[in-house]
Ligand binder design. Sequence first.
Ligand code: SAM
Length: 211
Amino acid sequence: MADVKPDIILKYFPDLTEKQIDQFSQLFDLYVFWNAQINVISRKDIEELYERHVLHSLGIAKICTFKAGESVLDVGTGGGFPGIPLAILFPETQFYLVDSIGKKIKVVKEVASALGLENLKADHLRAEQIKEKFNFVVSRAVTRLGEFYPWIQGKFKKESINAIPNGILYLKGGDLTEEIKESKLKAELYPLSEFFEEDFFDTKYVVYVPQ
Ligand SMILES: C[S@@+](CC[C@H](N)C(=O)[O-])C[C@H]1O[C@@H](n2cnc3c(N)ncnc32)[C@H](O)[C@@H]1O
């Protein structure tokens, strides 16, 4: 049996409050329950939930510390990654999670409600339908940057209160040098190996595209 406690999160984020530790601890049982009904995580992966999904999602927090009052859109969140772990870590930031598959959003809503995450809203929508503007757009493993960018272009607030400019923070794998070139975007690549000892297989980078 793999370690199903959130100790690995504390190893890299040692300043969590009791409330956050409790919320991270609840994730395992919640995802075991919901994943049995609606498949949002590969079933063989569930025992690695904290490493492959929760810690992996928090790689974004190593690049950007979201501030109170900022807003973050998670495009193609699936069962809530990276949005749910980030919403636990940054309770003063507003998160909006969307996915084009309704039953995945049902899981997100159920998990968020069980955790009492008041800073998270989720909707069954395609990213292209969203009219609001955000400080940051996060995402994990949805599509190539060149296809992704037009979905969210123009959805960024102008004003910024963060140490880094508003922009996209995308957990990605693949041949990123080629993909970034093809997208014609000015992107910065951050390998997760700079922050974590764990191996994240085919999704080893945070791509940051300032706006
Ligand atoms: C490979 S899954 C990744 C899910 C999640 N981000 C994760 O890493 O576990 C890609 C998700 O993107 C969603 N998706 C694809 N195109 C989308 C769009 N235009 N708007 C919103 N969601 C989209 C799909 O429904 C799917 O749930």
